[in-house]
Design a protein. Sequence first.
Length: 162
Amino acid sequence: MTFKEFFEVGQTFEDYVEVGSQEERDRIPKNYSRIDLPMDLINEIKEIPDRIYILASGEMWCPDCQLNITVAKKLTEINDNIKLSIISLGRGAKYLAPLLNLEEFKIPTMVILDKDFNQLGLFLEQPKTMKKSGKNDENKLFYLKGNFLTDTARELVQLIKE
């Protein structure tokens, strides 16, 4: 399958959220409310002129997906040129991982695609700032409370603009 075909068979964010448990679904508005992007970043997102596709692979039970795919959804609300589609972990691991030459498949995997569905960039699991900060309990709790959501948004925008 091509990136375009994956995008077309994927789910909307709303359909993706619906398959989660009530507890998982309840986390989405909470996470969403924690996305407090600075105005310079909002303006940068608004200024993206071309169609961009974000193809995500993830599952609602995954805290990384609950956080980071929600940020991708926020980008689509700021700029109509950005579209999001979500495929399952199973489909991603079986078909997307080989396409991306990934030896280890982590979720969320978000492939940033241009208007012609050519790959611009790749977001894997967590923002790089979280990965660099170390995976101690304090940082993990800080991350799970949504304190890296702006970092995710900045990383996605950087991937779009590269």
